[in-house]
Design a protein around this ligand. Structure first.
Ligand SMILES: O=C[C@H](O)[C@H](O)[C@H](O)COP(=O)(O)O
Length: 218
């Protein structure tokens, strides 16, 4: 199977976590796009969705699924999203598509976070994928200097403005042995909006697309 076929398999497998009559938290990316396609087949059975990006909101609406503002929703039973890397503790690097802040917010509201990945995303130690950090534009150089002090090599993602009007620094050459501590350290830098380390709130369930089928990890 190709990588995209593995993504499709987990996107469709995630449907079983969708509760009838609920509002579903929906992430961002090429894997989630398959989930949205799958969700469209049961749109009559759900109330709608809350989206973590303008891109996913547009795809949901095009599929005929109502999209709600998170502020109008008290709780979400499930949030389904992909990841750029995931370790054996269900901690993740996310934000390759620059949607990390809204993703972290929607994930925080949801009772259950179901992460859907193809097997290439699994790692022992996070950090080979450059860690995205969303930053207030005027703080970019300052935050970059602070990230160097933490041992990383930040690179400005040129030409990218997030849905929140901010910029992204991608931090290279980190070997993240203690994700929870690094998440706190980076979040504490003034000017950082969100770091794409999802460790304090990791995934509750991971669906991994492998050549021998979808593997579920809790
Ligand atoms: O900002 C983007 C998100 O964190 C995505 O979930 C992540 O980049 C994975 O995307 P994909 O499913 O396209 O590999």
């Amino acid at each position: 199977m190709t990588q995209d076929e593995l993504k499709k398999a987990v996107g469709w497998a995630a449907l079983k976590y969708v509760e009838p009559d609920s509002i579903v938290g929906v992430g961002t990316g090429s894997t989630v796009n398959h989930f949205i396609d799958a969700l469209a087949t049961m749109k009559a059975d759900i109330e709608g969705a809350v989206s973590s990006s303008e891109a996913s909101a547009a795809r949901l609406k095009a599929a005929g699924i109502p999209v709600f503002d998170l502020n109008s929703v008290d709780s979400l039973s499930v949030y389904v999203d992909g990841a750029d890397e995931i370790n054996g503790h269900n901690e993740m690097i996310k934000g390759g598509g620059a949607a990390l802040t809204r993703e972290k917010i929607v994930a925080a509201v949801a009772k259950k976070f179901v992460c859907i990945v193809d097997e290439s995303k699994q790692v022992d130690i996070l950090g080979a994928f450059p860690l995205p950090v969303e930053v207030i534009p005027m703080a970019r150089s300052y935050v970059a200097r602070e990230l160097v002090k933490l041992g990383g090599d930040p690179v400005y993602r040129e030409g990218v403005i997030t849905d929140n009007g901010n910029v992204i620094l991608d931090v290279y050459n980190l070997k993240i042995l203690d994700p929870k501590t690094l998440e706190k350290q980076i979040n504490n830098i003034v000017g950082v909006v969100t770091v794409g380390l999802f460790a304090a709130r990791g995934a509750d369930t991971v669906l991994v697309g492998t050549q021998s089928g979808v593997v579920t990890k809790n």
